[in-house]
Design a protein around this ligand. Structure first.
Ligand code: F6P
Length: 547
């Protein structure tokens, strides 16, 4: 077998796991008052506390050895220097170049891409400024009041997540909407209250071939032309962000209204490019610069910090520890910030599309677990939904908890209550509640022995459940940029250790391909019989109900 399973560092970790698996974090905290200092990292205004994990100093040393043996340091340099590490598509992986604040040259095929990046960013900012200043006028010389981003996956989730997270920074008389689903209810609900004269559509699609986006874009175009029937007016209401300028132009979008992407930016890593146009319109160019700056700082932290002080490396290694040694199948991301409500959904694509792979870089089938199932929700509502399983279920679910120290409006009664839950949850997950503690509690309540016996096992919490906590000053553009980039790099490090290519996504192709074929079956009046009996049966039933 191939790296990592046969490596010495992996075997050493396996042995260490056998020796330490029954150690309880409660005892580790009791034995070491400095545990928080030892296992936390500060970076800009972010505090990353990973002390509530099932680790000791030796665990971290062994995990770092694994990362080094896997070639993580070399691969970091390869990524930043533009080597084509996405080998199945023969592409560089340079989302970091999009936020390269130093403006140091970065080469792809011998060409410095930074001037092109700067040029496109300047165009994006110019358009955003004119819309925000009400200088970009629509068909009837009215300013734009509503912007609709039509896109899916990376052309949707990043812009949506950031726009929501930074709501307090948005212009409130300019509404930004997002349409992704091919289900017509999504676009119809969005267009319901909009006026074509004051609406700008951004067709965001790196490929400009994605069916969902193309169908929605066509519906938007028809909606517009049915109300303002003059194709020349489209120029004031439709712009595109794409690598496929020809297709966008054929769709009817003027060359001046097409913003460029490059093949060295993966869709799920593209919010820093012109795909972020809706973000720039919403929060303004200066705030977008802050977002890029925060990500740039995280890039420097990742590239330059020794692994023991490197947040994304530690995040990645902890994930591997649970995934590959404890057998955890999932991981949860739980922001205690209402505006971060799309953060877990965004990370689902970033993480699961990147590391949901079963073939290694050399083309061999893998016999170890790779990317986890990522899920999550905002903190407080999920406490009343699925935390029961986190505390007393039979599965180990490592969690990341993220919370701002100050709400945008400043400290308030709400915020202290919110934060008390953050601290309580991580404490409860770690400590649990022993039989003795439950017994004492029930005795004080005056319960009979029989009642105590009946209730006791149900009230015990095993604890020893891992969590990372991120505390940051406020949810501002710079910090958000840093947080996103830290997660991007965590995914990168895990991909290297698992020896997979985190930057392709062949796994989404099969369904797309079959859907195109099945569209023909649906349009064909004949009974369908070319699939398995279930698929044939479902298609035929659907068709019979439609007539
Ligand atoms: O889901 C597959 C995928 O290719 C994603 O990687 C991508 O973000 C999304 O589709 C949208 O692709 P495009 O921007 O080309 O429309």
């Amino acid at each position: 077998m191939h790296f990592p399973r046969n490596s010495e560092s992996w075997n050493a970790l396996q042995q260490h796991f056998e020796q330490t698996r029954n150690v309880h974090m409660r005892d580790q905290f009791n034995d070491n008052r400095a545990r928080f200092e030892e296992f936390s990292i500060r970076f800009n205004d972010i505090l990353f506390d990973y002390s509530k994990n099932r680790i000791d100093t030796e665990t971290i040393n062994l995990l770092i050895r694994l990362a080094k043996d896997a070639g993580v340091p070399e691969m970091i340099e390869k990524m930043f220097s533009g080597e084509k590490i996405n080998h199945t598509e023969n592409r560089s992986v340079l989302h970091v170049a999009l936020r390269n604040r130093s403006k140091k040259p970065c080469y792809v095929d011998g060409i410095n891409i930074i001037p092109d990046v700067e040029y496109e960013l300047a165009r994006v900012k110019k358009l955003a400024r004119s819309i925000r200043a009400r200088e970009w006028l629509g068909a009837t010389d009215q300013p734009i009041t509503d912007v609709v981003n039509i896109g899916i996956g990376g052309s949707h989730l990043g812009p949506l997540m950031v726009t929501e997270a930074l709501r307090p920074y948005a212009l409130h008389d300019l509404n930004v909407h997002f349409v992704a689903n091919i289900d017509e209810n999504h676009i119809n609900d969005t267009l319901e209250n909009l006026k074509p004269e004051t609406t700008l559509f951004i067709i965001s699609s790196k490929s400009f071939t994605t069916q969902d986006t193309m169908v929605n874009a066509e519906t938007a175009r028809q909606w517009f032309l049915s109300r303002l029937p003059d194709e020349k007016l489209l120029a004031k209401h439709f712009v595109a962000v794409t690598e496929n300028q020809k297709a966008a132009n054929q769709f009817g979008i003027e060359i001046d209204n097409i913003f460029k992407m490059w093949d060295w930016v993966g869709g799920r890593y593209s919010l820093w490019s012109a795909i972020g146009l809706s973000i720039v319109i919403s929060i303004g160019p200066e705030n977008f610069d802050q977002l890029l700056g925060g990500a740039y700082d995280a890039d420097q932290h990742f590239r330059d910090s020794p692994f023991e002080h490197n947040i994304p490396v530690i995040m990645a290694l902890l994930g591997i520890w649970y995934n590959n040694f404890y057998g955890a199948q999932t991981t949860a991301v739980l922001p205690y910030a209402q505006h971060m409500h799309r953060f877990p959904a965004y990370l689902q694509q970033a993480d699961m599309e990147s590391n949901g792979k079963f073939i290694d870089r050399a083309g061999n089938q893998i016999d170890y677990s790779t990317g986890p199932i990522l899920f999550g929700e905002i903190g407080i509502p999920s406490q009343h939904a699925f935390y029961q399983l986190l505390h007393q279920g039979t599965k180990l679910v490592p969690v990341d908890i993220l919370a701002p120290i100050f709400n945008f409006q400043g400290a308030s009664k709400h915020h202290n209550a919110l934060m008390s839950n953050v601290f309580a949850q991580t404490e409860a997950l770690m400590k649990g509640k022993t039989e003795q503690e439950v017994l004492d509690e029930l005795s004080i309540q005056g319960l009979s022995e029989a009642e105590i016996e009946k209730l006791l096992p149900h009230k015990v919490f095993p604890g020893n459940r891992p969590s990372n906590t991120f505390l940051f000053e406020t949810l501002n553009p710079k910090t958000l940029g840093s947080l996103i980039a830290l997660y991007e790099h965590k995914i990168f490090v895990q991909g290297i250790i698992w020896n997979i290519n985190s930057f392709d996504q062949w796994g989404v192709e099969l369904g797309k391909h079959l859907a195109n074929k099945i569209m023909q079956d649906i349009n064909n009046p004949e009974v369908v019989c070319g699939h398995d009996s279930s698929t044939d049966g479902l298609i035929n039933y659907y068709k019979s109900r439609k007539v």
